[in-house]
Ligand binder design. Structure first.
Ligand code: GTP
Ligand code: MG
Length: 213
């Protein structure tokens, strides 16, 4: 997959601010500091297009990036970077806003095509399982990415990925994609998975009819 261009579009908090182009969107969700923004930078081969932080809570708004690739079916797509969930140190008022901001986006955005759930391969837990269950409940079929693979010794990576799948209750056909942002490990596999989802995309009609019945 060749990235022809990648540009930051805007930061949004409310739906009326979201971009209006109607391009298919790929959103990256997950706990604070797991590496969502780093996965975006790595996929796009752009250091720092999404801001990365050493401490949790770096991303605080919904950030939209327009991406053009050499994909024939969907050359123009939008990536969306969002704040992490479960960041206990954020002020209560900020936390109270984050939930609704992300929830509104995930439940009501018609052109949201792919939800990538990023989890730290070493520390996936109940909160990630609960989020996955909720995303599934509202009609998404998340692609799970187990990142920070480079922090596991090589010999433990495969078993780490399997264990992650078991903890989250993934079946074998939906196995998690292993990722390491510093080396780009997993980049091709994740792009393929995203492309397959884009190919099968129906413009959001199926999910919305399911949600309204
Ligand atoms: N070793 C290693 N470090 C990583 C990887 N991905 C992210 N990091 C580091 O983890 C920290 C958090 O990365 P971010 O990409 O900002 O994480 P985030 O999920 O976007 O965080 P919030 O926006 O705060 O929710 C940074 O210090 C990154 O350099 C990875 O694959 N391997
Ligand atoms: Mg971030």
């Amino acid at each position: 997959m060749k990235i022809l261009s990648a540009d930051f579009v805007k930061s949004c908090v409310r739906p009326e601010q979201y971009p209006r182009e109607g391009l298919p969107e790929v959103v990256f969700v997950g706990r604070s500091n797991v590496g969502k923004s780093s996965v975006i930078n790595s996929l796009l081969h752009r250091k720092g297009i999404a801001k990365v932080g050493a401490s949790p809570g770096k991303t605080q708004t919904l950030n939209f990036f327009r991406v053009t690739t050499d994909d024939r079916a969907f050359p123009d797509i939008t990536f969306v970077d969002v704040p992490g969930y479960g960041y206990a140190k954020a002020p209560r008022s900020v936390r109270a806003q984050w939930g609704p901001m992300i929830e509104r986006y995930l439940t009501s955005r018609p052109q949201l095509c792919v939800v990538v759930q990023v989890v730290d391969i070493r520390v996936a837990d109940e909160r990630d399982a609960t989020t996955l269950a909720w995303l599934t409940h509202i009609g998404h079929r998340p692609v799970v990415v187990g990142t920070k693979m480079d922090k596991l010794p090589r010999g433990q990576r495969r078993s780490g990925l399997l264990r992650l799948g078991q903890r989250l209750g993934l079946d074998e056909r939906e196995a998690a994609v292993g990722y390491a942002a510093p080396t780009g490990e997993g980049r091709q596999e994740l792009w393929h998975t995203v492309q397959r989802r884009l190919d099968g995309w129906d413009g959001g009609a199926r999910r919305h009819s399911r949600m309204s019945t």
